[in-house]
Design a protein. Sequence first.
Length: 73
Amino acid sequence: MTTIDNRTETASSADKLLTVDDLCEYLVVSKDYVYDEVRHGRLHASRIARQLRFRLADVVAFVEANAVTGSDL
């Protein structure tokens, strides 16, 4: 029998879930921007306990998908 207290595995930083506030600080954007991106399906989120959470891997993919080149400026 395994309990959470006996668990020896630690979650890697890629598995860490970010809150909306964490994400806003990380991307230096407003909460409105984050909610808008989630609402339009451009940023993946999970709803846990009625609050949005973001996997770091999904955030990195979002940033890479929105990368611009010199000609896009």
